[in-house]
Design a protein around this ligand. Structure first.
Ligand code: AMP
Length: 213
């Protein structure tokens, strides 16, 4: 079962990918998480990626694609996986096609830009496991501490309002055309991302179960 989440930054891709990953026991692969890990470790690729990420721009394919390929070759991906944040452009989607990786379902989480801007303030992320939280919509049990692993919660450097605006522009210009790309392949499922987290999960699992048969 190969799944993909599309959606604007802050639409809830990471949040839904976590739940869906637990439910179907397939790993969730986020290129954003892989890049932030590389940045934290101070690797050469991580440091090259940093400038782009902090400006809300896409990191060049020669950095991202290699990281993704390596992750997909790990044994835990053998029975399927969830892609969160890759592809971000049509050429990246074509890389997957060339690798022979096909998708069973592409889920686009639809949220209006106005709601995105509101959501981005109050968002935090576990520095250890990458789980996402929100002060209003998904608070952790203990402030500043991850429910999953006890790690420290931090605000992302690229969640600042001015960077969020660039990320939204990049999304509309470069990522949104992917909806057409996967619609033409008959793989696209749109879900309204502005309801309660559990209701969105329910709509997504229903669509996945239909595809699974
Ligand atoms: P995310 O955690 O998915 O919001 O990604 C955070 C940042 O990492 C993005 O704003 C980009 O700078 C970079 N990034 C993540 N995934 C990709 C990708 N597939 N292609 C290029 N840049 C990416």
């Amino acid at each position: 079962m190969n799944l993909m989440f599309l959606g604007a930054p802050g639409a809830g891709k990471g949040t839904q990918a976590e739940v869906i990953s637990d439910h179907y026991r397939i790993p969730s692969i986020s290129t954003g998480v892989l890049l932030r890990e590389a940045k934290e470790r101070g690797t050469e690729l991580g440091l090259r990626a940093k400038t782009y990420m902090e400006a809300g721009q896409l990191v060049p394919d020669e950095i991202v694609v290699g990281m993704l390929k390596e992750r997909l070759s790990a044994p835990d991906c053998a029975n399927g996986f969830i892609l969160d944040g890759f592809p971000r452009t049509v050429p990246q989607a074509e890389v997957l096609d060339k690798m022979g990786v096909s998708m069973d379902l592409v889920i686009s989480i639809e949220v209006r830009d106005e709601a995105i801007v509101e959501r981005m303030s109050g968002r935090s992320l576990c520095a250890s496991c990458g789980a996402s939280y929100h002060t209003k919509f998904k608070p952790s049990a203990k402030p500043g501490v991850c429910d999953r692993c006890g790690g420290e919660l931090k605000v992302r450097a690229d969640d600042k309002p001015e960077v969020v605006q660039s990320r939204l522009t990049v999304y509309h210009e470069q990522t949104e055309p992917l909806k057409d790309f996967y619609e033409k392949k008959g793989k696209l499922f749109l879900v309204n991302g502005e309801g309660a987290i559990e209701d969105i999960t329910a709509a997504i699992t229903e669509a996945i179960d239909k595809v699974k048969g």
